[in-house]
Ligand binder design. Sequence first.
Ligand SMILES: NC(=O)c1ccc[n+]([C@@H]2O[C@H](COP(=O)([O-])OP(=O)(O)OC[C@H]3O[C@@H](n4cnc5c(N)ncnc54)[C@H](OP(=O)(O)O)[C@@H]3O)[C@@H](O)[C@H]2O)c1
Length: 303
Amino acid sequence: MGEYDLRDKRVLITGASSGIGWALAKAFAAEGAKLALVARRRARLERLAEEIGGPPDRKSVVVTADLSARGQAADAAQEVTEALGGIDVLVNNAGGAVGGSLWAVADGDEARADFEVDFWSPLALIGAFVPAMRARGEGTVVNVTSLRQVMAWPSFGQNTAAQAALALATETLRLELMRDGLHVVEVIPGPIETPIQGPTSLIPGITEVVHDRLGMASPEEISAMIVEAVKQQLDRVFCPETVREMYENPVEVRARTVDDVKRLNRELPPNELMDTLVIGADHPLLLQAREQWEQEHVSPPAA
Ligand SMILES: NC(=O)c1ccc[n+]([C@@H]2O[C@H](COP(=O)([O-])OP(=O)(O)OC[C@H]3O[C@@H](n4cnc5c(N)ncnc54)[C@H](OP(=O)(O)O)[C@@H]3O)[C@@H](O)[C@H]2O)c1
């Protein structure tokens, strides 16, 4: 199979306003691709489009959408289709957040919003773009999931389930599209140095059992691996590479997690909060932790 040439290919990236999506947009642009950038924060997307540059007919298309709201992914797809006539590479990268015990978060609005960003919006975009890719006999879908698909952790249940759901849907999509010659990539990040690390550091025990064991990669490293996977038509990206072993040994990971949780139980979310604490994507604690991380690290300028 020859290398997939990204020159002049139309690439849509959700979650392009920060972290992995931001670095990935630059990496695809460096290959000569034409970009559609999707997220909520328009000023950041415009700043990114400006940094990427190019003549007027090659400027990145900026589309604002709140992917936690049902219907906005389909509207974004429509806007991108009107601007670019279609998409050759769809990258579902945007990620939501929700924390708290499984029973406090339950099926509340915060959990549903997380599933909308992490699972339903990617499927809405797949629904919008895959039929045209099939008709052309060419196209790539890249879904960014997480190591969390094989590693449960207290206070992370709904978010983990959303990542696992997208992972399995990605496997299914690959099987369904095999006969059309379309390419499906799953990106399985472990710790990557993005603003997500602010709120992640609030989760008791996680730094010790994940970050210290796996190490941390940069958004640029994972972006280079994703672009390479699209060009070489690889099925999966593990980053850091240490993630691969965990992904391939989920039974061992579960057993070790039981041991870790037994050992750390006293440090896990305080018992008195287990019935009440729900941290949705716009909870002040989470936003503050992100902001602080961004102030302390090199990151796209606040807008
Ligand atoms: N960093 C890690 O350690 C890590 C590990 C495992 C998996 N991942 C996955 O990697 C992906 C990228 O994460 P990241 O680390 O780059 O995080 P990040 O820097 O926080 O970026 C998240 C992106 O998602 C967008 N987003 C969030 N909610 C959205 C919404 N409701 N509507 C539209 N866009 C939304 C954000 O844009 P706006 O805020 O402008 O909307 C932002 O561009 C996520 O799917 C995440 O779960 C990351």
